[in-house]
Design a protein. Structure first.
Length: 346
């Protein structure tokens, strides 16, 4: 056999082997549904690994950022130093609740440094700059951090870039790096966590998670165990919130598919008599809703006429809600399948 022919055979063998390896890799990846920037788990993990910003709301009255400690403040003419170990926050709480006829405004001794959810910091020199910053950020309509769940690093993520048609793996060693990745995902990006890895729950017990479903369930099981830090914006009554506002579907994940676009243009009204109405242009679809307690879970049962809104028809668990967002989920298949429905205030 000539050397040239031998080289040709070797070259073709390498190509064949490489193509088999590449095909095998994508077949394995396809076995796990890919996550994207809008996936429920993406949002949950981002809240776990973000810079915590709600813990000092009693002091700064917002969750866009936290105040970097130590800091000196004055509340109702009383001076308080809040140290890096959070000493002083309880004193602020007590001063605010001492009387009903004072303003309870926390006045900072400037300059101060604030740290945002993405770990970036900003120095604020005076009250005017602080007021301008608060005004520019607007109301806090997002869900707060999930501070009692802790990811144990390293964590490896495989990313598929739709524009380049390539897959890359990234290793993260801290919260800020993983948050930056999740926060900067583009619309066309999909990714998977490389399991297993460890996560600490609210009791600092170590759990080895081996799937998206397990990771998702662990986080949601612990949301109610996280401290509220004397939240200055108490959770509203659910029925009052539901019936006093108009809503739209900001996220619907059903049967391993993102079905959100099916509800584009629909606005939903829920009435105190248990009826509802979905409106899109000249189309109106009547429905019914019921809220009830099932063990330790609050549930919302939705139904509508016809088949147009069939993916919304479910006995949903009410996971959590704010004044502008309601997160619902339904678990089936022995806990292996999770569907989501997010309603956002219109």
């Amino acid at each position: 056999m000539s050397s040239m022919r031998l080289l040709s055979i070797l070259f073709l063998s390498v190509l064949f082997f490489a193509s088999c390896q590449e095909e095998k890799e994508y077949e394995e990846d396809d076995n796990t549904p890919s996550l994207n920037k809008n996936s429920a788990l993406t949002g949950l993990v981002a809240r776990v690994v973000q810079n915590p910003t709600a813990w000092d709301d009693i002091m700064d009255d917002n969750s866009h950022f936290n105040i970097v400690l130590p800091v000196s403040v004055q509340v109702n003419n009383q001076n308080v130093i809040v140290t890096a170990s959070n000493d002083g926050l309880e004193q602020i709480f007590d001063i605010k609740n001492m009387y009903n006829n004072d303003d309870d405004i926390v006045h900072f001794q400037f300059p101060i440094t604030v740290k945002f959810r993405n770990y970036q910091t900003q120095t604020v020199l005076n009250q005017a700059e602080y007021n301008q910053l608060i005004s520019s950020l607007g109301p806090c309509t997002f869900l707060d951090e999930i501070s009692c769940v802790k990811v144990q690093y390293p964590v490896i993520v495989t990313v598929y870039d739709s524009s380049s048609q390539e897959a890359d793996s990234y290793t993260f060693t801290n919260n800020s790096g993983l948050y930056a990745f999740l926060n900067n995902l583009s619309d066309g990006d999909t990714f998977n966590f490389s399991y297993p890895f460890s996560v600490l729950d609210s009791n600092d017990s170590d759990h080895v998670v081996s799937s998206d479903v397990a990771f998702n369930q662990l986080i949601e099981d612990n949301i109610g165990q996280c401290p509220t830090y004397g939240n200055t914006n108490p959770t509203p009554d659910f029925i009052t919130l539901l019936t006093n506002n108009q809503w739209y579907v900001s996220y619907c994940y059903k049967g391993n598919n993102d079905e959100t676009s099916d509800y584009n243009g629909y606005h939903f009204n829920f009435y105190a008599n248990g009826t509802s109405k979905a409106i899109k242009n000249a189309t109106q679809i009547n429905g019914d809703w019921t809220k009830y307690q099932d063990g330790n879970k609050q549930k919302l049962d939705l139904s509508f006429s016809g088949d147009t809104l069939e993916y919304m028809e479910e006995d949903w668990d009410i996971v959590e809600y704010t004044t502008t967002l309601i997160r619902l989920k339904n678990t089936s298949g022995g806990g292996t399948k999770i569907d989501y429905l997010y309603l956002t205030k219109y």
